[in-house]
Design a protein around this ligand. Structure first.
Ligand code: F6R
Length: 623
């Protein structure tokens, strides 16, 4: 969603701001703008659409200022027009904002009484008016901030400039992230580290309510009450080259291909070499609680929720704990029953998804511990959880989540196996075997990625199909959901994911000769785990074969995703992808990969903007 970049330094800000905005593009946006303060006047440039439209507008402009702010806007209040784009300027104040000021109508009606004139439909403009009023009374940026903040409701981050203080910019984070980047002579404010990774690796993460006053070569951090703080300066884990496409056409394709390494990085540090079993160090803190758990509530949104659905199969099978999976947007509104011996497990790549965060806060109210699986360090979710398990996927720029999903599955696997051990549900030998299966996963992922050529050919045949139906059973059912989501978000094709057993209860009516039907039918080829872990898997293969026949009888074009060496599904299907042999719990991670590649290649053939699909934002920070 909206992205903020601010610069206070020694260079012309234009290039730095535009570059920062491009790095924020992946968050999703529909308009953009920058403002540069020179000679005690802030000049504002805004444009609808893509950043290159803004860039064209600015192509001949040169500035002699060294202070500026920029913004990518994803419309919430008011249409995505130039008029509603940020920065917003009122009098001497120019401001960019992310999030929502919930009581903006209340402020607006007060401001109208004092003859304020509004030029946009945004909630942001009221902020600029409030600042301008305060500054007209003779207050400084910092004093204005301290006066205004207690009157605001909502989750937001903003950065403001004042024509009369040409050496300063001020930023506030409250429920929406804002970080300060530091170099010797320059400082930055940004919504996320990606915007400034190529400039510095030293940052301060603002906590809720904190104010950053950025002066030339110096930054002061204050509490909302104005008390000066000693900030903690952190060094970033990510590097600027991780932000490059490295020769791939799209970030999404690069990220699909990074999965073997990302999974290896996620496993690393969580295997005990003595017992040769999974031991996640962070879980020690909750050991007693975990032993006596009687329920886990998984809460997440979108792809992360699909990971949670696979997690349910893992947790119920390996740890024998009753597990529910909820949508972040539903959880807190349905008055969930949160028992004493339960755990809330939040899953989020960004750690900033508003509904997932709200679920975490709901579980706090009930004093239920919160464990999160998250990719972004120091994100709001990570900061507020009792325990954070970091997926080491590296930055995910493509809007469609790929490596975040498979690393989430990897952590859910590890968590379920360790929980099974803690609860005495699985034997040390079995834990060792499951650990061994996991250690082979990066190699199997790598092998699966080599099927890309074959998948590209299938994509060529499927590119014009109007409807795609994905079906799977057991732990492959969530992969059917995820595969359908991946295809629809980047190719805009109509796709549905279903548990195959539901076919006859309605969706079979959709099947005709134009339907592409993808059947997830992998075998559990780990005979020892078959007994303890997944009796259902191979038994269910017979059932899904009947589902396949029902679809075939109605003319559906079938692609089966099975296991190499298969002689049944390959014979019955128009296309067949044979995955490396793997166990019940590893199979859903492997079958995800060809489905990501299929979605990617169909979307590329359809010519969509794969990394920035229409209407989507990478991180959904509003409800
Ligand atoms: C789909 C996708 C989204 C996210 C969802 C949650 O490809 O990326 O469905 O999974 O918006 O985002 P996070 O994981 O950041 O909480």
């Amino acid at each position: 969603m909206c992205g903020i970049i601010g610069y206070n330094g020694i260079q012309d800000p234009k290039g730095i701001l535009l570059d920062g905005l491009k790095k924020l593009e992946y968050r999703g946006y529909d308009s953009a703008g920058i403002a540069i303060l020179e000679n005690n006047k802030t000049l504002v440039f805004r444009s609808e659409g893509k950043i290159n439209q803004l860039e064209t507008k600015l192509s001949t402009k040169k500035f002699n200022g060294s202070l500026g702010i920029g913004h990518t806007r994803w419309a919430t209040h008011g249409a995505p027009t130039e008029n509603n784009a940020h920065p917003h300027q009122v009098g001497a104040v120019t401001l960019v904002h992310n999030g929502i000021i919930e009581n903006y109508l209340e402020h607006k009606s007060h401001l109208e009484k004092s003859n304020a004139v509004f030029k946009s439909d945004t909630d942001t403009e009221i902020l600029a008016h409030l600042f301008n009023q305060a500054i007209k009374l003779g207050l400084s940026l910092k004093e204005a901030c301290l006066k205004i903040l207690p009157t605001l409701k909502g989750s937001y981050a903003f950065v403001a400039l004042n024509d009369n203080q040409p050496d300063q910019m001020i930023g506030v984070a409250n429920g929406a992230p804002l970080i300060v980047g530091l170099t010797k002579n320059e400082n930055y404010l940004a919504s996320d580290v990606q915007a400034i990774l190529n400039r510095t690796n030293k940052v301060i993460y603002l906590k809720d309510g904190q104010i950053a006053l950025c002066k030339k070569g110096e930054v002061e951090i204050f509490t909302p009450e104005g008390t000066l703080l000693k900030p903690e300066i952190k060094t970033l884990h990510w590097t600027a080259d991780q932000m490059e496409k490295s020769g791939y056409r799209h970030y999404m394709l690069k990220e699909i291909h990074e999965q073997s390494q990302a999974i290896a990085n996620t496993i690393s540090g969580n295997i005990d070499p003595t017992s040769e079993t999974i031991q996640i160090p962070e879980l020690k803190k909750l050991q007693d609680k975990l032993k006596n758990l009687n329920r886990i509530s998984i809460v997440a949104c979108g792809t992360a929720r699909h990971a949670g659905l696979v997690g349910k199969y893992y947790l119920e099978k390996f740890a024998r704990v009753s597990t529910d999976v909820d949508f972040g947007s539903e959880f807190r509104y349905r008055q969930p029953v949160l028992e004493k011996n339960s755990l809330t497990l939040l899953i989020s790549q960004s750690g900033e998804t508003a509904d997932t965060l709200a679920a975490l806060r709901e579980s706090r109210v009930h004093e239920v511990p919160a464990l999160s699986i998250c990719n972004v360090r120091e994100s709001s979710l990570a900061r507020e959880s009792d325990i954070v398990l970091y997926t080491n996927a590296g930055p995910e720029i493509g809007v469609a989540s790929t490596k975040a999903f498979t690393t989430q599955l990897t952590f859910l696997y590890m968590f379920a196996v360790q929980l099974g051990q803690i609860r005495g549900v699985i034997s040390p030998e079995y834990a060792k075997e499951l650990t061994n299966d996991l250690m082979h996963l990066p190699f199997l992922v790598d092998k699966t990625l080599r099927l890309e050529k074959q998948i590209e050919e299938i994509a060529l045949n499927f590119q014009d199909n109007p409807f795609f139906f994905y079906m799977g059973r057991d732990n492959q059912y969530p992969i059917a959901l995820e595969s359908a989501l991946k295809l629809k978000e980047i190719s805009y094709a109509h796709a549905e994911g279903y548990p195959a057993g539901e076919l006859k209860h309605g969706p079979i009516a959709l099947i005709d000769r134009q339907a592409a039907v993808i059947v997830l039918a992998t075998q559990n080829t780990s005979p020892k785990t078959f007994h303890e872990a997944g009796k259902s898997d191979n038994i269910l293969l017979e059932k899904i074969l009947s589902n396949l026949q029902q679809v075939k009888a109605r003319g559906g074009q079938i692609l089966s995703v099975g296991t190499e060496g298969d002689t049944v599904f390959s014979k019955e299907s128009k296309y067949f992808i044979g995955l490396p042999k793997a166990s019940w719990a590893i199979n859903p991670i492997l079958s995800t990969i060809p489905m990501q590649l299929l979605a990617y290649h169909i979307a590329s053939l359809r010519g969509t903007d794969v990394d920035k699909p229409r209407n989507l934002a990478k991180s959904v920070t509003v409800e």
